[in-house]
Write a protein that binds this ligand. Structure first.
Ligand code: IPE
Ligand code: IPE
Ligand code: MG
Length: 249
């Protein structure tokens, strides 16, 4: 059993939920079956994070680049997303979870927006945990959109370009409205960020895990958190002194 300390928990965890397709392939099933199993893992992990008392959980559910997958797979993913939102609505509201979505939501099919938008609205005053779904999300696209807004304001004479800092740009990014991610977990064995929370990832602790997303359990989450708790976050400063070296003869 893995023990997690109640104090020193990450405030905000981001998860790159990868490996659904391979999970299905290993079973001789279609990729869509992997996404269905992945959706069940989302339910489990949201519950655990709420129980742990995290402030925010950002789940990378669909990237801007994922639109270029075969249309049947995209349709299946959108269908599962709609099912998830319908099925979880009650539990999200009962558990005081605020559901937000980040990404280019204008690209989502109407059927998704019809369930997503009312749930965002109904949960907007909830306090216990923010669940941010990254849908049609890309970190570069998010930064570009913020840069565009700043440039528009500057061109209109409403903003002095000299006042733009790393903080003011960060404050324009919807993905950071819940604060920087403290811990980013990627399942599925790849060692990359794949356009997730790029700006916020600056000082995030990273946990890359082999487990395929549909198999991801509470124990895996605890293992990632326990690893986070053993690290020293330095933010560019000087770390704690090392234990004194034994005297050399
Ligand atoms: C993650 O699983 C889900 C999405 C990207 C939507 P994948 O579908 O990328 O699974 P693999 O990486 O092909 O196994
Ligand atoms: C990242 O996984 C996107 C999501 C988990 C939603 P991908 O499977 O799309 O990333 P790459 O293609 O391996 O970089
Ligand atoms: Mg993948």
């Amino acid at each position: 059993m893995i023990l997690v300390e109640g104090k020193n928990l990450p405030r905000h965890i981001g998860i790159i939920m990868d490996g659904n397709g391979r999970w299905a392939q290993l079973r001789g099933e279609k990729r869509e079956a992997g996404h269905k199993a992945g959706s069940a893992a989302v339910r489990r992990i949201v519950r655990v994070c709420r129980r742990l008392g995290l402030d925010a959980l950002t789940l990378y559910a669909f990237s801007e680049q994922n639109w270029s997958r075969p249309s049947g797979e995209v349709e299946a993913l959108m269908g599962l997303l709609t099912e998830f939102l319908v099925a979880e609505r009650g539990e999200i509201l009962e558990n005081d979870i605020r559901l937000v979505a980040i990404g280019d939501l204008s690209r989502l099919p109407e059927g998704v927006r019809e369930v997503l938008d009312p749930l965002r609205k109904a949960s907007s005053d909830n306090q216990k945990m923010t669940l941010a779904l990254a849908l049609s999300y890309g970190g570069r696209e998010e930064i570009a959109a913020a840069a565009r807004d700043l440039a528009t304001e500057a061109a209109a004479g409403k903003l002095d370009p000299a006042t733009i800092t790393a903080e003011t740009l960060g404050a324009r990014l919807p993905s950071l409205s819940v604060g920087d991610p403290d811990l980013i977990i990627r399942t599925g064995g790849e060692f990359r960020i794949s356009n997730f929370l790029l700006y916020g990832a600056a000082y995030a602790e990273l946990a890359f895990m082999d487990r395929l997303w549909p198999d991801f359990t509470e124990e895996d989450l605890f293992a990632a958190i326990a690893s986070y708790q053993r690290r020293e976050r330095r933010f560019g400063l000087v770390g704690k002194p090392l234990p004194a070296a034994p005297p050399t003869a």
